[in-house]
Design a protein around this ligand. Structure first.
Ligand SMILES: *Cc1c(COP(=O)(O)O)cnc(C)c1O
Length: 465
C-alpha cells in the first residue's frame, strides 16, 4: 500500500529514472523541448519475447499498435485514471481497458467486494444469489430488457443474440453496418470496423462464404441503404444490429431520425432491432444509449462496463423473446463460467457506483472539456479536426467534418497524422487508443487536473507532429 501511495503521488507524465540498460527512445520529430525522453526498455524486451510466444505478441490485435507503429507499452498496473508501464512511466489513461474501468481502475470499493467474494469461491457452475442482483439492476435500468442472460464476453453476447434473432423470427439473414463491430463471431466478421480495419483486412479467412452471405452490410446513418436490403431480401431478414453510438470506427454519432427509422422499418418488416451496447451500455447513460436516444430496441447486448473489469457479457430483451433461450425454450446457449460470482460482484458494485447522483454529469462534463480542449488545440495549430463526445465516450478524426459513417473515416481521416499524435501523447504521459478507428473513454476518477494536464500535453504534441 505504501508503495502504491508513493507512486500515485508522482505527477502524471513525470518519467521514471533511466535504468542503466540500453534505452529505446522515441521522439516524434526533432523539435527541442525540455521533455524527458520516453524510455521503454522493459516494454520492448517483453514484447520481443512475446512475439515468439503469442501471435503478434498479443492476445487481442489492437494491443499490438500496428496502426500507429512503434512498440506497445507493456502495463505493470492501473489505478484510478492512471496506468503505469513496466519501465515505471505513468500515463493518464483514456482507454480504461476499453471501457470497463469507468469507475476508475482497481477501484477500492470494487476491490473490496472482490476480496470478500474470493473467500466464498471464485466459480460455482451453479446458481448463486448475485446473478439475481445484477439481473434486477440491468432490468431496472435498460428499457428494452425484461429478462437477461449473462455470458462471459461481448463476443459471446452478440453471437448468442444473433442465434436468438434467427430462432425467434425463423429467418436467417441479418443486417449490420459497415464499420460496426459485434465481436469476432463468423457472421459478424464482414466489414467489421476497428481491429479489422486497423489491420487492413476487409474480411477474415476462415469465415465460410455461406456464413458471410447471410450478413448484409448497410451504411450507417443511411436509411435508404437499409430499405434497399429489406426490399431485396423480402421476408428473409431476422434483424438489424448496430452500435447505437459507434465506437469501433472511431466515434460516430447516429441521428435520432436514423434510429427512429430503423425502429419503424424493423417493426413493419417483422424483424428484430438489436442495439449492441457492449461499448455504450451504462456509459452513454444509466439506461444505456437506448435511454439517451429514447428508442427501444427488441434485444440488447452488453459487455465491458457491466463486468466492472471482469469478463462479463449479457444479452436481454422482451420476455417472450428471451423465453426462447434454453432451458426456458429451445434455443441452446450455455457457459461454464457464465454468471461467475466474482464477475457478478464486480459488475454489481460498478453499476451501483454509476447509479450515485452526479456520476453521468461528471462524465459528460469532463469529457466535453477534454474533447473541446483537444480540438481547440488542434485548430490553433492548423490541423483539420472533427470530433465530439456523449457522456464518457469521445473521439476525433484528423479531417474536416462531418463524419457520419465508416466510409467517411476511411476516405478522409489522416491516419498517419494520428499515428504521430499518438506517439507524441505517449511521450507526454497520455495513453490514447492506438488507432484512429477507436473511441476514447473517461471514468469517474478523471479529475479536472487530469483533463487540463492532457489538454496541455495535446497542445505541445500538436505543435510538433
Ligand atoms: C468490444 C465490443 C464487442 C466485443 O466484446 P468482447 O468482450 O471484446 O468480446 C462487441 N460489440 C461492441 C460494440 C464492442 O465494442
Amino acid at each position: 500500500m505504501q508503495v502504491l501511495q508513493k507512486q500515485t503521488a508522482r505527477p502524471a507524465g513525470q518519467r521514471a529514472q533511466k535504468s542503466g540498460r540500453r534505452a529505446t527512445v522515441f521522439r516524434a520529430q526533432a523539435v527541442a523541448t525540455d521533455r524527458k525522453p520516453l524510455v521503454t526498455t522493459k516494454s520492448d524486451e517483453i514484447m520481443a519475447e512475446a512475439r515468439n510466444l503469442l501471435p503478434g505478441g498479443v492476445n487481442s490485435p489492437v494491443r499490438a499498435f500496428k496502426s500507429v507503429g512503434g512498440n506497445p507499452i507493456v502495463f505493470d498496473r492501473v489505478k484510478g485514471p492512471y496506468c503505469w508501464d513496466v519501465d515505471g512511466n505513468k500515463y493518464v489513461d483514456y482507454i480504461g481497458s476499453w471501457g470497463p474501468a469507468i469507475v476508475g481502475a482497481a477501484n477500492d470499493e470494487v476491490n473490496a467486494v472482490l476480496r470478500d467474494q474470493i473467500e466464498k469461491g471464485t466459480s460455482f457452475g451453479a446458481p448463486g444469489p448475485l446473478e439475481n442482483v445484477l439481473a434486477k439492476m440491468v432490468i431496472e435500468r435498460v428499457p428494452s430488457v425484461e429478462m437477461v442472460r449473462f455470458v462471459s464476453s461481448g463476443t459471446e453476447a452478440c453471437l448468442s443474440v444473433l442465434r436468438l434473432m434467427r430462432a425467434y423470427t425463423k429467418r436467417e439473414k441479418v443486417i449490420k453496418f459497415v464499420g460496426c463491430y459485434h465481436g469476432h463471431a463468423d457472421s459478424f466478421l464482414v466489414k467489421a470496423g476497428s481491429g479489422v480495419a486497423t489491420l487492413g483486412l476487409p474480411d477474415s479467412p476462415g469465415v465460410p462464404a455461406s456464413t458471410a452471405a447471410a450478413t448484409l452490410n448497410a451504411t450507417y446513418n443511411d436509411l435508404d441503404s437499409v430499405r434497399e436490403l429489406f426490399k431485396a431480401n423480402k421476408g428473409q431478414i431476422a434483424g438489424v444490429i448496430l452500435e447505437p453510438v459507434v465506437g469501433n470506427s472511431g466515434f460516430i454519432v447516429p441521428t435520432k431520425e436514423f434510429l427512429q427509422g430503423l425502429r419503424e422499418i424493423c417493426t413493419a418488416e417483422g424483424a428484430l432491432l438489436c442495439f449492441d451496447e457492449v461499448m455504450t451500455g451504462f456509459r452513454i447513460a444509466k439506461g444505456c444509449a437506448q435511454e439517451h436516444w429514447g428508442i427501444t430496441p427488441d434485444v440488447t447486448t452488453m459487455g465491458k462496463v457491466i463486468g466492472g473489469g471482469l469478463p462479463v457479457g449479457a444479452y436481454g430483451g422482451r420476455r417472450e423473446i428471451m423465453e426462447m433461450v434454453a432451458p426456458a425454450g429451445p434455443m441452446y446457449q450455455a457457459g461454464t463460467l457464465s454468471g461467475n460470482p466474482l464477475a457478478m460482484a464486480a459488475g454489481i458494485k460498478t453499476l451501483e457506483i454509476l447509479g450515485r447522483p452526479g456520476a453521468y454529469e461528471h462524465l459528460d462534463r469532463i469529457t466535453g472539456k477534454l474533447i473541446n480542449g483537444i480540438m481547440a488545440a488542434a485548430k490553433e495549430n492548423g490541423h483539420a479536426v472533427t470530433g465530439g463526445h456523449i457522456s464518457g465516450m469521445f473521439g476525433f478524426f484528423f479531417c474536416e467534418g462531418p463524419v457520419t459513417c465508416y466510409e467517411d473515416v476511411a476516405d478522409k481521416a489522416d491516419t498517419a497524422k494520428f499515428a504521430r499524435f499518438h506517439r507524441a501523447m505517449l511521450e507526454e504521459g497520455v495513453y490514447l487508443a492506438p488507432s484512429q478507428f477507436e473511441a476514447g473513454f473517461t471514468g469517474l476518477q478523471h479529475t479536472d487536473a487530469d483533463i487540463e494536464f492532457t489538454i496541455e500535453a495535446a497542445r505541445r504534441a500538436l505543435k510538433r507532429i
